[in-house]
Design a protein around this ligand. Structure first.
Ligand code: FPP
Length: 248
């Protein structure tokens, strides 16, 4: 389990974003891929600022998947430096704006000092109650589910909710309402597979560095226009329930 456990029921939306397309954004502009990731950090700032105004209570951003270790060393190390920079430079504004930051994923394979920086940023922002920002780093949904299953095996019988807490590392984390993926790709790529069981999906051609407040608003308009039945039926399609027979 991570620090900052909360058992308050979360009524505001939980949106997950797969921030894709930094590399292509940069390459099309004849810039280095690193420049694309830097522009990606600016997009993160915009979206974090816009999120509470647009009804989000939780925002989970996919920053580095466990499969991203396969990228060239120089790019991995640039991404890690950006993360270090973000943690150091952003905490003050996160605190000011009531944003609680948690980082999900493995910490034991991160370069020296980053796990400590994460811990410091989480502690400094722990009181934030406007938005819960979760950044996924060295994250794999399959690993999260597998680790939860290993813990569950020794716990004996477990409710679905208790298993969920093991998967997410949080007590009572709201299921994901909407997953957004930028850059035209239409995959979940090992992102919150358990939490997204009933999530709506929104794919946009926009590259992540171009993603703005309006794009979040557009995704939410589309989300609010969907009919969410969670496996049931809309009330008007329900047969009147038969009353149980009264005994004489
Ligand atoms: C996908 O673009 C993006 C990533 C793998 C990383 C996302 C990282 C950031 C937005 C910046 C760093 C994050 C933090 C929190 C400091 P891609 O490189 O796969 O783009 P491509 O598909 O066009 O090559």
């Amino acid at each position: 389990m991570q620090s900052g456990l909360s058992s308050k029921p979360q009524t505001k939306l939980h949106v997950g974003i797969i921030m894709d397309g930094n590399g292509r954004w940069a390459t099309r502009r004849r810039m280095s891929r690193l420049r694309g990731h830097e522009a990606g950090v600016e997009a993160i700032r915009r979206v974090v600022e816009a999120a509470p105004k647009q009804g989000l209570g939780t925002l989970t951003l996919y920053a580095f998947s466990s499969d991203n270790w396969r990228r060239p060393k120089a790019e991995v190390s640039a991404l890690m430096s950006l993360l270090r920079f973000y943690l150091a430079s952003e905490v003050e504004s996160l605190v000011r704006n009531g944003v609680r930051l948690t980082v999900i994923g493995r910490r034991d394979r991160l370069p020296a000092g980053i796990a400590d920086a994460i811990g410091r940023a989480e502690a400094a922002t722990a009181g934030g109650d406007v938005l819960h920002l979760r950044i996924a780093v060295d994250y794999s949904a399959r690993d999260a589910i597998l680790n939860a299953a290993l813990k569950a095996a020794s716990a004996g019988q477990l409710t679905r909710e208790a298993f969920s807490d093991l998967v997410t590392g949080e007590a009572g984390l709201r299921d994901v309402d909407l997953v957004i993926r930028t850059s035209g790709e239409k995959r979940l790529s090992d992102f919150m597979l358990w939490e997204s069981a009933y999530a709506e999906l929104h794919f946009t051609e926009k590259m992540w560095p171009d993603f703005r407040e309006d794009d979040l608003a557009e995704a939410l308009i589309s989300f609010h226009g969907r009919e969410r039945r969670f496996g049931g039926l809309q009330p008007e399609a329900m047969e009147p329930r038969e009353e149980p027979a009264l005994s004489a």
